[in-house]
Design a binder for this molecule. Structure first.
Ligand code: FES
Length: 146
């Protein structure tokens, strides 16, 4: 049911934890399953994400997608991090079962929420970044199949 990569990131999550005094932090949840994800970003003065950590109070797929998402955004600029969509995370994990797609949306939205917080604190605008939603339901998500 799950790819080897999903199982690997579930069993050995990368970048789990928190960052003290982060450049940006974002928390999102899905009211349907009750799962919550929080992302912390450390961004340097040139706009590059130097460190990223996550905490997930959720299912195994949420842990695996957050772990992979942190690996994908680390070292990228904040603009490049916007391109790390739930689709990109799922592809990097060799896919997820359809019922678990919403878990990857949590990862995408948590990154966006942390970027939003970073931009707000710095007083800057990141082109293409939308205000995060509090409840990441499948219908509210930009990349969910309609
Ligand atoms: Fe809700 Fe996975 S079941 S995030």
């Amino acid at each position: 049911m799950y790819s080897e990569k999903v199982m690997d990131h579930f069993n050995n999550p990368r970048n789990m934890g928190e960052i003290e005094n982060p450049s940006g932090v974002g928390t999102v949840g899905n009211a349907k399953c009750g799962d919550i994800m929080r992302m912390y970003l450390e961004v340097d003065e040139t706009g590059v994400i130097r460190d990223v950590k996550f905490k997930t109070f959720g299912c195994g797929a949420a842990v695996a997608t957050s772990s992979m998402a942190t690996e994908l955004v680390k070292g990228k600029t904040v603009e490049e991090a916007l391109l790390v969509t739930n689709k990109a995370v799922m592809e990097a994990l060799d896919g997820l079962p359809p019922v678990k797609v919403h878990c990857s949306l949590l990862a995408e939205e948590a990154i966006h929420a942390a970027l939003w917080d970073y931009a707000r604190k710095r007083g800057i605008v990141i082109a293409g970044l939308k205000e995060p939603v509090a409840d990441v339901s499948d219908s509210a998500a930009p990349h969910a199949p309609s």
